[in-house]
Design a protein. Structure first.
Length: 236
């Protein structure tokens, strides 16, 4: 689905998407975007930020509050880092600033769809095999996270990072490696994207986010996921 109030931009994106074999629905404002997502349940939403009735940031905020996990690729004329990180903080999966290359847009759409489908695939060899790191449990098949038995709501981007790290507890993941889990584009702004996802995950899985015990920073290298109980000093 494409939510874009600029008719020329919307038509351009629609043509490129249809050329790649996608069925496309186009809407021109934020409230229509919410209504159509609820009705059609699309595989991906290409979402402009500046729209009438409800802007793209409000649309993402509502969709994530409703626990809808469809990938969201935001488009905006805003280019400051704060604007980009705000969209990602609300739950967008990727962000492109205008003017953009239609070919790059299609590449990002393909990447988001591929990763989304990979996350929903279930095979006999992986069924019911949740990933565990102490009291933290990540279930790729059910797309669920829990800490000490309590459910944790994660955006698609947060989930992909956590699932990747949970496959190898105590391994240090560089920002570049985590960036590849998100969308695979090597851009400076995207390294800050990883940091924002880590910050948001700490708010959700750490008892004290400013003093993390599970999701640790390895200065100058990246991040690692660890079991605090295993690393705690033993009583004499």
């Amino acid at each position: 689905m494409v939510a874009e109030d600029d008719e020329k931009q919307a038509e351009l994106v629609r043509r490129y998407l249809e050329h790649e074999g996608h069925a496309v629905t186009v809407v021109g404002d934020g409230l229509a975007a919410l209504a159509e997502v609820r009705h059609r349940e699309p595989d991906l939403l290409v979402l402009d930020v500046m729209m009438p009735r409800a802007d793209g940031l409000d649309v993402v905020r509502v969709l994530r509050a409703e626990h809808r996990e469809l990938p969201v690729l935001m488009l905006t004329a805003r280019s400051t880092e704060d604007d980009l990180l705000l969209g990602l903080d609300l739950g967008a999966d990727d962000y492109m600033t205008k003017p953009y290359s239609p070919r790059e847009l299609m590449a990002r759409v393909r990447t988001l769809l591929r990763r989304s489908r990979r996350g929903t695939e279930t095979t006999a060899s992986t069924a019911d095999q949740a990933l565990r790191c102490g009291a933290l449990v990540v279930d790729p098949d059910r797309h669920e996270v829990s800490v000490e038995g309590l459910p944790v709501d994660c955006t698609p981007g947060e989930f992909r990072i956590l699932a990747a790290m949970a496959t190898e507890p105590d391994r240090v993941f560089t920002r570049q490696r985590l960036l590849e889990e998100l969308h695979g584009f090597d851009r400076y702004i995207s390294f800050r994207t990883v940091d924002v996802h880590i910050m948001n995950l700490r708010k959700k899985i750490e008892p004290a986010p400013r003093r993390p015990i599970r999701l640790l920073t390895v200065f100058g290298v990246g991040y690692k996921l660890t079991d605090p109980a295993r690393n705690a000093p033993r009583a004499s």
